[in-house]
Write a protein that binds this ligand. Structure first.
Ligand code: B3K
Ligand code: ZN
Length: 883
């Protein structure tokens, strides 16, 4: 397999100005007619024209209307090459034959539940027709679709419908025209039996946009929340960024077979149905929130991604980091900002930090890849969003907006780079960003250490920062980063002290907020070591550092436990209040893990218990915040902090703490459950979802007690709940307690929901994640369950992904979990390489475990690499993991 490097990027020799596509959809094969208007970038260019093409059968090829002969071109398994194309402009007409019905990779044109649909990003268009499949080729498209009218009554593509009609033999056709230039990865086609929920949105300049969400007829009632989300997103982008939708039609199609969450094809978004369909009975609050975020995300891509796109795939974070940031902000504004921030940071810590510390670590803008699909990662997306957030932290909301405006003014209709975004932010604000661009090129999570000192006589308070970026594959030595540190200082009254000036780098800088002293300031930490000294500080403060998590770093500080409990109780920054609790919990868990490993008895620190109790009982706090604040850091996050990850010890200790807390706070938790039951019908609004979040968290704690009374309580919640959020939480609580009740209730749940495949996926995932010893055998049995299907990515993610995400059984010391994944990875790779490589990633941190586990995991990776006909996707992950 060939590795592709950013440093080798070359502008294309030929541009494509216009593309006319014509699809003849068939039951055996589909014919694709493509007419491309080619123009050389530089007058007189005579370089060969190389088109990408995979799994295509070339039927005919014409240049300027003349059929080409055999020696004028060359076709191999990846390319079609015209060695001496005409000079100047010309037309190219290509006819290819493809077999969507046999396409299980779910990229290119494929079938999902009888309907045709496409997925072209990153490099799926080359499975449809020969093309320069790269994002800097931007063309205007028309698309004619022809197919059987009764099988495919709905025919959709990008842009506007300009013609449709009936044809002989029960067929019909539709012609779509997209007035905007686009790269081929944004091309889409859908054909099938679908119906739509329709609504309209009037843009602020008065354009009336028809909004249509397409699903099979029986699912239409479940699209109300998606439509609500879409309209909210359209309004939000106008309000916050002044960005309006630019066509009269916006289509969303939900399909059950989809490799990822969704795809932002121009005016024809295609979604994994789990991110569109929701009803109170079949979707949880988490699903509702995900739908809101992802509908927003794909809609926001219309400007950040589609109108302005990426020059090459290394720049992926240009659109993804920015669009994730935008969807995070949207969700924050629609719900609770601190809670959303907490959720996003937890995700970063649980998934991105481990990636950044492992063999697949790569910068936000990778330097190389074998298979681009492997780089749609938490680093490119989530760390990329943190990078965008840092611009906003440094520039403020209005400075950030100025930068965005300039970015669109400069680059609308272009394919650009991360530097272009950086330059727009800088130039719009005349800002000095020093070495900020290192965030795009250096991998690894920076470690920031802070040491404080209060000088009683001088009334000064100093903070000394030192930083270190750990080595990552290919990057042994790192430069110091530009780290924006949002900071406040709390007085003994628990209030923020007014900050007037700080001495730094030999100069006194005034800190002001329109003339008023500030309560939070943003320090610009740019060196390996540097000191900031605050003046006029009347007493030793407690510092609240990295407020709102202003930079994606791991921070260590000399804060004492007393300081942390003080912040937990008083910080005006809610994120840092939560964070103080997390730091305390992490320390507690790690201490007990070491006790556990030395066979010492486990004892819960009473101060920690009191901290949790005071949060739980503080009626002035938002309930969703309480739910987050009493939740312990995840097992993955803890293992990520250990020298040698010990899944059994971490699991045992975390369970011990949960059980102790439940035991000590049983009455409070019980009351929390009782007082937060649903009375009215399900509403997805902040008040109601917060109540459910708190109730469910309390119930989960009580479930850990594993006694008859708690079983009775959970069973009662299970039976009486009228929405899936509460019913499923009750099931999760019961699932912790092995025995007859658990088995009966799991069977009951299946019987009840067997016709709702999205609910059944949750049922698979729940069982897959169970910590009952030897669970691998249950999971193996579930592979043969009639509702399971290895070809459907959602089912694979639920059952196999769920199993690999649960530390205890996946990392079972007898190697049974690794063996299971090894076997399945090889099997899956034959069906769908993208899904297989995602599963194989579960092995990537094998070196973090003890020697026995290392050997077992390594053997599986070697076995996978030795498999016949291995895909590039899996090869890249497996080989880099072993390196
Ligand atoms: N842009 C798509 C992801 C495509 C993944 C291709 N393997 C969804 C999104 O980020 O919006
Ligand atoms: Zn995206």
């Amino acid at each position: 397999p060939k590795e592709i490097f950013l440093k080798n990027y070359k502008e294309p020799d030929y541009f494509f100005e216009k593309v006319d596509l014509n699809f003849q959809l068939g039951e055996e094969t589909t014919l694709v007619f493509s007419k491309i208007f080619v123009s050389p970038r530089v007058e007189g260019c005579s370089a060969p024209l190389v088109l990408d093409g995979v799994d295509l059968k070339l039927i005919s090829l014409k240049v300027n209307g003349e059929e080409l002969k055999g020696d004028d071109f060359h076709v191999d398994s990846r390319h079609l090459t015209l060695s001496s194309p005409p000079s100047g402009k010309y037309t190219l007409e290509i006819v290819t034959e493809i077999c969507p019905q046999k396409n299980t990779s779910l990229e290119g044109l494929y079938k999902s539940s009888g309907n045709f649909c496409t997925q072209c990003e990153a490099e799926g268009f080359r499975k449809i027709t020969f093309y320069q499949d790269r994002p800097d080729i931007m063309a205007k498209y028309t698309c004619r679709i022809e197919g059987d009218k009764s099988l495919y009554p709905v025919l959709l593509s990008n842009g506007n419908l300009i013609e449709q009609g009936d044809l002989e033999g029960g067929k019909h056709f539709a012609v779509w025209e997209d007035p905007f230039v686009k790269p081929c990865y944004l091309f889409a086609l859908v054909a099938g039996q679908l119906e739509s929920r329709d609504d309209t949105f009037i843009t602020r300049s008065g354009r009336k946009v028809l909004l249509r969400i397409w699903t099979p007829a029986q699912d239409l009632p479940k699209t109300a929340h998606a439509m609500y989300s879409l309209k909210a997103a359209m309004k939000w982008d106008e309000d916050v960024f002044g960005l309006e939708y630019d066509l009269d039609l916006f289509n969303v199609v939900a399909v059950p077979d989809f490799n990822m969450g969704a795809m932002e094809n121009k005016s024809l978004n295609i979604f994994n149905s789990k991110l569109v369909l929701a009803s109170p009975e079949t979707a949880t609050d988490a699903d509702y929130a995900a739908i809101l975020g992802v509908i927003g995300h794909e809609y926001f891509h219309n400007w950040t991604g589609n109108r302005v796109t990426c020059r090459d795939w290394f720049q992926l974070s240009l659109k993804e980091g920015l669009t994730v940031f935008r969807d995070q902000e949207f969700s924050s504004d629609m719900g609770s900002r601190p809670v959303k921030r907490i959720a996003d940071v937890s995700k970063l810590r649980s998934y991105q930090f481990p990636q950044d510390a492992g063999p697949m670590a790569h910068p936000v803008r990778p330097h190389s890849y074998i298979k681009m699909d492997n780089f749609y990662t938490v680093t490119v997306y989530e760390k990329g969003a943190e990078v965008v957030r840092m611009y906003k932290t440094l520039l403020g909301a209005s400075g950030f907006r100025k930068g965005m405006d300039l970015y669109f003014k400069r680059h609308d209709g272009q394919a650009v780079t991360c530097e272009d975004f950086f330059a727009a932010m800088r130039d719009a604000n005349g800002a000095d960003f020093s070495n900020f661009l290192l965030w795009y090129s250096q991998a690894g999570t920076p470690r920031l250490n802070v040491v404080s000192n209060y000088n009683t006589e001088a009334k000064t308070y100093s903070l000394k920062f030192s930083q270190e970026v750990p080595p990552t594959p290919g990057q042994p030595v790192k430069e110091p980063m530009f780290i924006p540190v949002a900071l406040g200082l709390l007085g003994s009254d628990g209030k923020d002290m007014p900050l007037s000036s700080v001495y730094h780098d030999g100069a006194l800088e005034s800190i002001s907020n329109n003339g008023q002293p500030a309560h939070t300031t943003v320090l610009r930490v740019t060196k390996k070591e540097e000191v900031f000294v605050f003046n006029d500080i009347p007493e030793r403060p407690v510092p609240s550092i990295l407020r709102g998590y202003s930079a994606p770093v791991r921070m260590d500080s000399d804060l004492t436990d007393a300081d942390l409990y003080f912040l937990l109780a008083n910080d005006s920054d809610e994120f840092n209040r939560w964070e103080a609790g997390q730091v305390l919990a992490r320390t507690l868990i790690l201490t007990l893990v070491s006790d556990y490993q030395q066979n010492k008895p486990l004892v819960l620190n009473p101060q920690f218990l009191n901290g949790v109790k005071s949060i739980l009982c503080d009626s002035s706090l938002d309930k969703e915040f309480i739910a987050k604040a009493i939740t312990l850091p995840g097992e993955g996050e803890i293992m990520d902090m250990m020298e040698v990850a010990d899944p059994d010890a971490v699991h045992a200790v975390r369970s011990f703490i949960r059980k102790q807390l439940a035991f000590e706070l049983e009455d409070e938790l019980h009351n929390t459950v009782k007082n937060n039951r649903s009375s009215e019908k399900y509403e997805f609004d902040h008040q109601n979802l917060s109540r459910r979040a708190l109730k469910n968290t309390a119930l989960a704690y009580l479930g850990s007690l594993e006694d008859a009374e708690m079983t009775e309580l959970a069973l009662h919640e299970y039976r009486t709940s009228t929405n899936l959020t509460e019913q499923f939480a009750a099931l999760v609580a019961l699932d912790q307690i092995p025995g007859k009740v658990r088995d009966e209730v799991l069977a009951d749940f299946y019987n009840k929901w067997q016709h709702e495949y999205l609910v059944i996926n949750k049922w698979f995932a729940l069982q897959a994640m169970s910590n009952v010893p030897g669970n691998v055998e249950n999971v193996r049995k579930l592979l043969d369950h009639p509702a399971f299907d290895l070809r459907n990515p959602n089912k694979v993610y639920s059952l196999i992904g769920g199993f690999c995400g649960s530390p205890v059984n996946f990392h079972a010391k007898d190697g049974s979990g690794y063996k299971f994944l090894g076997e399945l990875a090889v099997q899956l790779d034959k069906i769908n390489p993208q899904v297989a490589s995602r599963m194989v990633s579960a092995f990537s941190r094998w070196k973090r475990y003890d020697e026995t586990r290392q050997n077992l995991a390594k053997a599986q990776l070697e076995m996978i690499l030795a498999a016949n006909g291995l895909s590039e996707n899996v090869f890249e992950i497996a080989s880099k993991s072993l390196a």
